[in-house]
Write a protein that binds this ligand. Structure first.
Ligand code: ZN
Ligand code: ZN
Length: 341
């Protein structure tokens, strides 16, 4: 099979090679990958800006496909099933976080595309517990976006939300746009900010229902949010960039006693005005990755047509054109670039 390997942590050190043929262990399945999204973390790994992964490795952790073979102890899955899968192959199962069900923040996780081979390949090997069968209403491309949707659903679990709330989403990438969609599905007024160079993504945000779209790097952009909220600020801020500028804007635009969720991540520490949290009694919450319930709810949201993630897939490349796909993803013009092995 063809597989896209990263062989060193240096920038751009990736190549399409012949990978070993995969056979399922007793409780494993092999999935023919149909669509695999390039996420911000994949891009940082490609650019040599993110280091927490094993080598050599096949990247890719958000994907969908069809089961082609199953191990002898796999009873509830069958060949041909349309599926997606959680990246966590395993967690320790014993730490305090695993015990209370917060497996997403276990410190000994094995994940596809980080510690184990991922989905930028013709086939991927998975443990049966990772698999989610996709209902008929969830098409194969949308199936590849369940993972980022689950990230957002996990973040929404942190907040109390009512239809009269104003939510401000910072960031116009896939996570930001999905956060906007989930905010709208909750009945809230949702504003979203991106940079002026993100025109294409910001106009997509408008088209998909954002109530207010602002260019964060334009002077007076915060005034628009403040004016709309009678000078109070947003009830809820979802920060989806993980940058100092994003965090500072988020704390500025969050109303006193409002809720702020840090969804975006960065591998370096940021210089932010932490005192705003005290002076405004902002309720700050962190959100990281997802757990099984977030996946089940994400699938339900697409199945029941409450959320449509399909417009976010803006470019599809074959695996052999991976270089073009990563170059396109690097421009930041498109919300989601997908590889189709
Ligand atoms: Zn990701
Ligand atoms: Zn654990």
């Amino acid at each position: 099979m063809k597989a896209l390997y990263k062989k060193s942590k240096k920038a751009y050190n990736m190549s399409l090679e012949k990978g070993e043929d995969l056979l399922p262990g007793d409780d494993e399945v092999i999935v023919k990958v149909e669509a695999a999204g390039i996420c911000g973390t994949d891009l940082k790994m490609y650019q040599g800006k993110y280091y927490k992964y094993n080598l050599p490795i096949i990247l890719g952790h958000e994907f969908s496909g069809y089961i082609t073979s199953i191990g002898k102890d796999v009873k509830k899955l069958s060949k041909g099933a349309k599926v997606t899968a959680q990246p966590e192959v395993s967690n320790c199962g014993q730490c305090n976080m695993c015990i209370i069900g917060k497996t997403n923040i276990c410190r000994q996780k094995n994940r596809l595309g980080f510690e184990q081979n991922g989905a930028f390949a013709d086939y991927v090997k998975l443990n049966q517990h990772q698999i989610h069968v996709l209902p008929d209403e969830v098409d194969i491309l949308s199936g590849a976006l369940i993972e980022p949707l689950a990230v957002v659903i996990h973040a929404f679990r942190k907040i109390k939300i009512s239809p009269s709330d104003v939510i401000h989403v910072i960031g116009s990438g896939a996570i930001g746009l999905i956060a906007m969609l989930v905010g709208k599905a909750n009945g809230a007024f949702v504003s979203i900010s991106g940079l002026s160079r993100d025109q294409e993504k910001l106009s997509l945000a408008s088209k998909l229902g954002a109530d207010l779209v602002v260019e964060a790097d334009n002077e007076g952009s915060s005034d628009v949010i403040m004016q709309h909220t009678q000078g109070n600020g947003a009830d809820i801020v979802l920060e989806c960039t993980g940058t100092a500028a994003g965090v500072n804007a988020g704390l500025e635009l969050c109303k006193a006693s409002g809720q702020y969720v840090q969804v975006g991540t960065w591998s370096e520490s940021l210089n932010v005005d932490f005192m705003k949290i005290a002076y405004k009694e902002i309720q700050v919450m962190g959100s990281y990755s997802h757990t099984k319930i977030d996946w089940l709810d994400s699938i339900k949201l697409i199945q029941n047509k409450k959320i449509d993630v399909s417009p976010l897939i803006q470019d599809i490349y074959s695996l052999t054109d991976w270089r073009k796909a990563f170059q396109k993803a690097e421009t930041g013009e498109k919300v989601k670039v997908v590889l189709k092995p």
